[in-house]
Design a protein around this ligand. Sequence first.
Ligand SMILES: Nc1ncnc2c1ncn2[C@@H]1O[C@H](COP(=O)(O)OP(=O)(O)OP(=O)(O)O)[C@@H](O)[C@H]1O
Ligand SMILES: [Mg+2]
Length: 268
Amino acid sequence: MGNCGTREENAVVAAHAQVQQLHLLQHSAKNALADRKHNRTFSDISDHSTPGKIEDTKDISIYNNVIAFTLFELETITKSFRADYVLGEGGFGTVYKGYIDENVRVGLKSLPVAVKVLNKDGHQGHREWLTEVNFLGQLRHPNLVKLIGYCCEDDHRLLVYEFMFRGSLENHLFRKTASPLPWATRMSIALGAAKGLACLHNAERPVIYRDFKTSNILLDSDYTAKLSDFGLAKAGPEGDETHVSTRVMGTYGYAAPEYVMTGTVLIL
Ligand SMILES: Nc1ncnc2c1ncn2[C@@H]1O[C@H](COP(=O)(O)OP(=O)(O)OP(=O)(O)O)[C@@H](O)[C@H]1O
Ligand SMILES: [Mg+2]
């Protein structure tokens, strides 16, 4: 898995792929549609298709390209999660803007970031957080959002991403205040998103994303499209396998009807 980056990155990925596979080989026998309101991701923490035990957290340290932040550090960069630092809110929790640099920790590169904080009363939890860290901790590609780091302290679960200057494609398409995107830009966004998906599907161990929608396509300052939100991702078929069977997850209106009906996903 994770065969999307440079040779150097792939070497890191290959070294850790075996551990990752152990986590991801568990299957769920049941297929059911989790209840989900509005247009947000539906998920179910009882799904065993993704790693979920708290002790799995110790394995994260093997991803040497992601930083383990303390809660204090993330409180510092978001000014204690101040309301005017909020970028948006989703099924996982609230997303804040922050800035990391040498003042936060010696040796850190100066970088604007987005900090996603798990809502402890929400539908998602440790399982989605860990799945996100496991997948994005290994995958690197210009059309996948970069996971800078994470925080796991007591029951706090946070994710730190590269900051995407133009926010989500959804905001550009549906916000009344946003000016319409030119067609050339729309085409290049569609191409970028498709390249992100192709990277996942062509990885050594294919990854099935399961949450492809405009709010999960983030745009950089030059409108480069990057896929985000891997909390529902799942390892795809391997070797002679033609498909994997899963509990149905995703977002109503975006998930493929045949997948919602059968719980079977194929990579063609
Ligand atoms: N890396 C990022 N850089 C800049 N803004 C971001 C970043 N990640 C998320 N956001 C902002 O936060 C909003 C909420 O994102 P989030 O992924 O939590 O929810 P969502 O995609 O709207 O819903 P869902 O929970 O169904 O995925 C996004 O629409 C976007 O505006
Ligand atoms: Mg999202």
